[in-house]
Design a protein. Structure first.
Length: 224
């Protein structure tokens, strides 16, 4: 059902942009900031809304490689990806997945895995050692996907999906794997770790509060 809605969504987007001459009916009466929008204003309204979500988030401070890495520290060899591991990942890529670039796509990477595993392996390892992410890996195409059909309100009925570079997703896979191996079951790290969630974090916090409240004359506070 979700695939059907997604297909209809792209059909309507193409109509709005003038790619096709079909009449758009699914967007009649779409609202943004309590105002009904004409069809020609919907794309700009979607862009404004998605940009406004993170408008108040302060930019991260950019560190130079010298500031990010202590030269006196020894590089942990566990944070090293092997070429054969990259080859296995490339060989099992889902060719149906969308890609940011029509040339560097999953289909091309999978078919050329034997040739491309070495340079991609070098890129990922150098990124880890230098603590730097290539700027091309940070680019993404945001696709607004409807939560329901038809879309009534842009602010509540859309969810953004980021289409990123497939090579960056491969690097993300290995970093996520290193996270899972580094944090044990007793660690208080819940984000970016497989099998853990905000629900587990809340359960642990609730358990701590209940355990503390069982102690006579014990006082605790929570600052938000």
């Amino acid at each position: 059902m979700q695939d059907k809605h997604g297909k209809r969504w792209w059909h309507d987007i193409k109509s709005i942009c003038g790619i096709s001459n079909n009449v758009v009916l699914a967007f009649e009466g779409v609202r943004f900031r309590d105002e009904v929008l004409p069809n020609e204003d919907i794309p700009e309204a979607i862009n404004c809304f998605l940009a406004s979500v993170s408008a108040d988030v302060p930019a991260l401070r950019t560190l130079s490689p010298e500031e990010a890495v202590d030269d006196s520290a020894e590089i942990d060899t566990d944070f090293h990806i092997s070429e054969i591991d990259v080859f296995h990942v490339l060989s099992n890529l889902n060719v149906a997945k969308s890609s940011l670039d029509s040339v560097v796509c999953n289909k091309m990477l999978r078919h050329c895995a034997a040739v491309l595993s070495a340079p991609i392996y070098a890129l990922i390892n150098n990124s880890l050692l230098q603590c730097r992410v290539p700027s091309q890996w940070k680019h993404s195409r945001i696709s607004p996907i409807p939560k329901c059909s038809p879309v009534v309100n842009i602010e509540t009925d859309l969810r953004p999906i980021a289409i990123t570079c497939p090579v960056s997703k491969i690097a993300e896979f290995f970093v996520s794997k290193l996270f899972d191996e580094f944090y044990d079951d007793e660690c208080n790290q819940f984000g970016s770790v497989k099998g853990r969630s905000t629900t587990l974090a809340l359960i642990k916090l609730t358990h701590l509060l209940f355990e503390s409240s069982d102690v006579e004359n014990n006082i605790f506070r929570i600052y938000l």
